[in-house]
Design a protein around this ligand. Structure first.
Ligand SMILES: [Zn+2]
Length: 83
């Protein structure tokens, strides 16, 4: 497994939906890989900051801009520290 698989698994990891062996691999990788560790830290921080928002709290123009911004993101860039 590699950094690309971290990007694929990170949502399930954060939702505690990985199998035990996947979680063990994920934990080992993010502890050894600075880029993936940084990705996980940033996602946890973002969830902490935004977790209390409801969709109705986000202005339509901001929601539209966010959707457009994330539509162009390549998850493989996360592990390279480009995001
Ligand atoms: Zn990595």
């Amino acid at each position: 497994m590699d950094c690309g698989q971290v990007a694929e698994l990170v949502t399930d990891y954060l939702e505690d939906a990985l199998k035990a062996e996947e979680r063990d691999w994920f934990d080992g990788h993010v502890n050894a890989c600075a880029g993936c560790g940084r990705l996980l830290d940033r996602l946890r921080a973002m969830i902490g900051l935004l977790g209390h928002l409801r969709a109705a709290d986000i202005p339509a123009d901001v929601m539209s801009a966010l959707c457009q911004a994330f539509a162009g993101v390549d998850p493989r860039d996360w592990s390279k520290g480009l995001i």
